[in-house]
Design a binder for this molecule. Structure first.
Ligand SMILES: Nc1ncnc2c1ncn2[C@@H]1O[C@H](COP(=O)(O)OP(=O)(O)OP(=O)(O)O)[C@@H](O)[C@H]1O
Ligand SMILES: [Mg+2]
Length: 378
């Protein structure tokens, strides 16, 4: 253990600094609680100046401990991606074990599922980001080993100011050999009720497809605007059970969160539900790779953008917006220009890693927009 501690010496943060940042773990700075313990928000003096951070303070009575603490530090030091939460440091002092992360100012996706501000486009953007993060863990490239997350759920998908998704909580994850089509690991079943792959519960065999299953559950949560397990009058309602009943009968539209239903492009919806349902397949071989999920979700986003740019009027959430007619007139040009400017500035502020191998759907859409603008300008 000593050599581990030495290796991560540069990430060590003094307990004194953490107490200062959280006002000695004051209740008003506590923003949540999970399997690791309480989560605090704080302002920490760091080499980069004063930064807002999230701090997780280990409370062993919830069942997690030293292994999860060190696993999280090791994983987040090695696996870095714009859609994986960043670890800034840790504290291992005076019987305290504390993890310090970048602060995701919008917290976790679970609290936005039935939020009216979360339009269909924004939902797609979040799902694409999370899918990219998980695709990276499953196929990190180079000599790095594949990581099976084992606890994919909407509360482990954090959101930054610009609604970029960040996968969190790798403390329960497991390594699997990379570059192999099937990774089987036998392990004690861990995860969260409602999200765990039934096949994994049954057999104890862990595959990357178990993460894919959990991701499918999250996709349906996002579509239906509710958590996968809800409690109505003391009775547990399972979202996946409903999906399994409605999807084969072509009735999934009855389950869509009402506030996003109106402005949806049917092809976008179809693309989304098809891939989401595929993730839930009982046979692991029928489940898609996360890279496929990314591609399909990007297409769903492009269809949605396509609708926005081609309709004379369209509705996004509750807002009705004006659009030009089918011929590309000045109004069309102005709106498209505005849209492309908005996207470009979003990219400038959000896309740190321009060299990422998976081309973002938005980036492709922007390219198409720019192409048609150029045509018009000629
Ligand atoms: N880096 C972060 N930035 C902002 N908020 C965070 C951060 N990490 C966690 N949180 C908040 O704290 C809450 C609790 O997180 P935590 O991961 O401890 O529990 P959980 O995700 O609900 O369950 P589990 O322990 O099974 O992962 C989250 O739902 C989220 O709102
Ligand atoms: Mg969590």
């Amino acid at each position: 253990m000593m050599h581990l501690i030495n290796k991560f010496e540069h990430l060590k943060i003094q307990l004194e600094a953490i107490k200062l940042a959280t006002d000695n773990f004051a209740d008003e700075n506590c923003i949540g609680r999970g399997g690791f313990g309480k989560v605090y928000k704080g302002e920490l003096l760091h080499s980069k100046g004063k930064i807002v951070v999230a701090l997780k303070r280990l409370d062993p009575k919830f069942g997690q401990g030293n292994p999860e603490f060190w696993k999280e530090i090791i994983m987040l030091s090695v696996y870095k991606h714009e859609n994986i939460v960043s670890l800034l440091g840790f504290c291992d002092e005076s019987n305290e074990k504390i993890l310090v992360y970048e602060y995701a100012s919008r917290r976790s996706l679970d609290s936005y599922l039935n939020d009216d501000d979360l339009t269909w486009i924004r939902r797609l953007h979040i799902c694409i980001g999370a899918a990219r993060g998980l695709a990276y863990l499953h196929n990190p490239g180079g000599t790095q080993q594949r990581v099976l997350h084992r606890d994919i759920k909407s509360s482990n998908i954090l959101l930054d100011e610009n609604w970029n998704a960040k996968i969190s909580d790798l403390g329960l994850s497991k390594f699997g050999p990379a570059n192999q089509q099937y990774t089987f690991l036998v392990s004690n079943v861990v995860g969260t009720l409602g999200y765990i792959d039934p096949l994994y519960i049954e057999t104890g065999l862990l595959t990357k497809e178990s993460d894919v299953y959990s991701f499918g559950v999250v996709l349906f949560e996002v579509l239906c605007g509710r958590l996968c397990i809800s409690n109505e009058n003391g009775i547990h309602q399972s979202l996946t059970a409903l999906v399994r009943r409605y999807y084969p009968q072509n009735k999934i539209s009855e389950m869509i969160y009402s506030n996003i239903k109106d402005g949806m492009d049917p092809r976008s919806l179809d693309m989304f539900t098809t891939i989401a349902y595929q993730c839930l397949k009982g046979d692991v071989e029928e489940r898609p790779l996360m890279t496929d999920v990314v591609i399909k979700l990007q297409s769903a986003l492009e269809h949605q953008f396509g609708l926005i740019l081609s309709n004379s009027t369209y509705k996004e959430g509750n807002k009705t917006k004006e659009k030009s007619g089918p011929s590309k007139g000045r109004k069309w040009y102005r709106r498209t220009k505005e849209k492309s400017n908005e996207m470009q500035s979003n990219f400038a502020t959000n896309c740190v890693d321009h060299s990422h191998p998976v081309e973002s759907g938005e980036r492709r859409t922007l390219r198409l927009l720019l192409k048609s603008l150029k045509k018009y300008e000629r």
